[in-house]
Design a binder for this molecule. Sequence first.
Ligand code: FE2
Ligand code: FE2
Length: 185
Amino acid sequence: MELLEDFYIEELKDVLDAEKQLTKALPKMAEAARDQQLKAAFQEHLQQTEGHIERLKQIFKRLEEPAKGKKCKAMAGLIKEAEEFLSEDAVPEVIDVGLITAAQKVEHYEIATYGCLATYAKLLGFNQDKELLGQTLREEKETDGKLTVLAEGLNIEAAEGESTEDQEGEEETEQSEEREETPVR
Ligand SMILES: [Fe+2]
Ligand SMILES: [Fe+2]
């Protein structure tokens, strides 16, 4: 049981760091989102994420352990991929699709982590922890579900976006033709 408790504490430190990384990434994702509902979803999840950190702090306090994170390389990697996607000349129409994909990968990672932690809390007889971890787990699952619904709505928008781009292209061509004509007049 002692080894399990050590593992449990290490994993709590990992997820604390992961959540802290997210509080920095989510505002950027909200800013980059084009769909207003997606933007709002990221902002809402930022608030929830702050709550997740608070719950973890409560658990550390109860364990009489310092609430200190340990660099979560997996979360750093997931966030880095999202940042790379946004920095490479992302086509505007697929920005939201890419953001949702990145966010769902993050949620699934959190769901796996909190699912395990809640189970280990139960094994260790830490019922209060299990309750707190379960609350966070539910919010991560709800967020994941919400993102799926938003993605289903976005596919159509992405397709419409392509036709808008075509129209803009035509306008540009027309304008350049006009410009060419000017010296003749
Ligand atoms: Fe979280
Ligand atoms: Fe989350």
